[in-house]
Write a protein that binds this ligand. Structure first.
Ligand code: WTA
Length: 651
């Protein structure tokens, strides 16, 4: 059969930027024109314009030894001074850098002058502990200002930070400490989550005990006020050491390719990969995208990315991008629903947030709760919304724009990865006609293509594999300690093209639609079906709050579509008649996409298994759908969810 089904993502809605927004937009068409005329010259101009160099660079890109790139190699800069000192020198010392909000409601406003001061003290402390240029420092913290200070202090002295998300176990932390041979761990006694203090220091103690012995000191911020164990000679309080250190510290200049950080991310199997990023190129693309994709007017905007610094979004769009651009950013310690489900909207109202960047999974869970909660807050300060982390279903996109954005402001869907370091595909909000569900266009200076399995570009709209065809400034420089794995994972498949692991297609206008990880693309009776596409269809049904789809092995069709659906609060009554409800949803998908996409089964479930970073664990759902014993659940945010779902399936 050669019949191709229609894509559900064939969206017809278009949202043109309002004339008022377009008139004040930072980015215009000249960016793409300049990049098309001279790509490397364009990035060199951005690097010179957006950053302050201690020693100017003369070379832009060296790609003579692919896949190992260098950018701006003979230039020198200090990343922390670019985020701090130069703004103070430029008269912006009194501008608020961070509006920090603790989960219990305590708050701190920290100006650029104060943040610079604190980072200098921390830099002096780190140096006094023997941490030097090139040493690795593990940071295992709640989302408190000191986490950001710790990252910048490392950057200032040329130490390489490895932030490990505070939700990871002691085993995960230990393996990351060992892999990087970290000399220092920076942590806190505890932090606030869901109304309670969760202890961190005991996990660090456990982790360090399991390591091979690289850790010399543990620096501890007091936040939770919980009792902690203490190892004399190894442990120090932040308030005893950093607070009393000198606030004089001259930032040394480092080469543009000096390593800035390692961030571990899970691969398809085996141990996490330590993704390595360096200084000049990373900061250039972080600052460029933060400015242009979010239309940043630093003198008047209040920007908020809800990400934790444990993830790449927290690195690039909580810390480095916003601070390099002298933005005022909101940082919130806790969960979206503590102590009440309107907490995020309350924070937007409190600080007058103008630019808001969050993940589709959160947006869908707010959809589930209904619009009454956000509508009870004043969200009129918002003028731009962003999405990141997974494809955003058109229905969720439209809800986000209407209910959170008041119906008239742009929503940018930004595609990128830990490995890419910064945004690669996104609309530019002042000039792009927006399409719900599509990430749309490569950012100026980034070269994207969609190829088939042999690397040949596909020009029809059926889709293929997303590749980056030219090196980009913020690209990963490798996997820590494992150059072979770096080559094998990303470059071996297509030679000189970077293989992202995502499926994508182009529409008639050339806009890019992400179809999910290639391992999530199903093949049913020889037809390619995207999990995202069917999930979007399910979410578009009035019953559905959230949906996850997996391809389960099937004797007849190769794979079969199996769906797991959470009903909206207002539709919960339909759970009483599971058979009728599943049938209705199956028929709906068949109607929207085609009979080939009709799910074999639709299960109505109360929750979906998610990782701590909010990604749906389809692997576990596939186990259930294929009647297997559920596999490893250690990365789940809540391990009891699998039992709850399993119990539902048996009924
Ligand atoms: C997915 C997060 C569709 C994608 C910044 C990618 C997306 C992986 C989008 C990287 C998006 C991220 N649309 N898919 N806008 N953004 N992804 O490393 O599958 O945590 O490969 O980086 O998330 O996840 P990571």
């Amino acid at each position: 059969m050669t019949v191709e089904i229609d894509h559900n993502l064939e969206e017809i809605r278009r949202f043109r930027p309002s004339p008022e927004f377009a008139a004040q937009s930072i980015a215009g068409p000249e960016l793409a024109e300049a990049a098309a005329a001279d790509r490397l010259g364009f990035w060199a101009d951005q690097a010179r314009e957006l950053l302050t160099w201690s020693k100017p660079f003369t070379k832009t890109l060296d790609w003579s030894n692919p896949p190992f790139a260098t950018w701006f190699e003979d230039g020198e800069l200090n990343v922390a001074a670019n985020c701090l000192d130069r703004h103070v020198e430029n008269g912006l010392g009194d501008r608020v850098a961070i509006h920090w909000e603790g989960e219990p409601g305590d708050s701190r406003a920290i100006t650029y002058a104060q943040l610079t001061d604190e980072v200098k003290r921390a830099a002096n402390t780190l140096e006094s502990l023997g941490v030097a240029d090139g040493d690795r420092v593990a940071i295992y913290m709640p989302l408190v200002p000191e986490a950001i200070v710790a990252m910048l202090a490392c950057a200032r002295i040329g130490a390489i930070h490895s932030v490990v998300f505070g939700g990871f176990s002691s085993d995960s932390l230990a393996s990351r400490i060992d892999d990087a041979q970290a000399k220092l761990v920076i942590t806190a006694d505890g932090g606030y989550r869901k109304g309670k203090v969760f202890p961190l220091k005991p996990t660090v103690d456990e982790a360090v005990a399991k390591t091979a012995g690289s850790v010399e000191h543990v620096l501890v911020v007091r936040r939770g006020e919980n009792e902690v164990g203490w190892v004399a000679d190894r442990d120090l309080w932040w308030h005893d050491s950093v607070a009393t250190a000198s606030n004089e510290h001259v930032a040394p200049a480092f080469g543009a390719e000096h390593p800035l950080f390692i961030l571990y991310t899970s691969g398809t199997t085996g141990k996490p990969k330590g993704i390595l990023h360096t200084s000049g190129g990373y900061l250039t693309q972080a600052a460029f995208t933060h400015k242009n994709v979010f239309d940043l007017h630093p003198e008047r905007d209040v920007y908020w990315s809800t990400a934790d610094v444990g993830w790449i979004t927290g690195h690039t769009y909580v810390v480095y991008g916003p601070l390099a651009n002298a933005a005022t950013t909101v940082v919130y310690e806790g969960t979206p629903d503590s102590p009440h489900p309107g907490r995020w909207w309350e924070i937007i109202e409190k600080y007058g947030v103008t630019i808001f960047y969050a993940a589709p999974t959160a947006i869908r869970s707010f959809m589930k709760q209904g619009r009454a909660i956000p509508q009870s807050f004043n969200l009129r300060s918002l003028r731009l919304l962003g999405s990141v982390g997974e494809p955003i279903n058109p229905e969720a996109w439209v809800w986000y724009r209407h209910v959170i954005g008041g119906g008239s402001i742009p929503v940018v869907d930004t595609w990128w990865q830990t490995e890419t370091g910064a945004i690669m595909i996104s609309a530019l909000p002042g000039i792009t006609d927006l399409k719900p569900g599509s990430a749309q266009t490569p950012i100026p200076g980034v070269s994207i293509d969609i190829v088939d399995d042999s690397g040949t570009p596909v020009d029809d709209t059926n889709g293929g594999l997303l590749v980056v065809t030219e090196p980009w400034p913020s690209m990963l420089r490798g996997i820590w300690g494992d150059p072979e794995r770096f080559k094998e994972t990303y470059w071996e498949k297509f030679g000189d093209k970077y293989f992202a692991g995502d499926g994508a297609r182009r529409d008639e206008d050339g806009d890019i639609w992400l179809l999910g990880r290639v391992d999530d693309v199903m093949n049913v009776s020889g037809h390619r079906l995207s999990t995202t596409e069917i999930e979007s269809s399910l979410v578009a049904h009035p019953y559905t709050a959230e949906a996850a789809v997996v391809g389960a092995a099937d004797e007849t069709t190769g794979q079969a579509v199996v769906a797991f659906v959470i009903l909206k609060e207002s539709q919960k009554a339909h759970a009483a008649d599971v058979a009728a409800t599943s049938e209705e949803l199956r028929a709906h998908v068949a109607r929207q996409i085609g009979a080939i996409a009709r799910p074999r089964q639709v299960f109505i479930v109360p929750e979906l298994p998610k990782t701590r970073s909010g990604k749906i664990m389809r692997r576990l759902l596939r186990d259930l759908a294929e009647g297997r014993q559920v596999g490893d659940t250690t990365t789940l945010a809540d391990t009891s969810i699998m039992e709850v779902i399993e119990a539902q399936l048996v009924k």
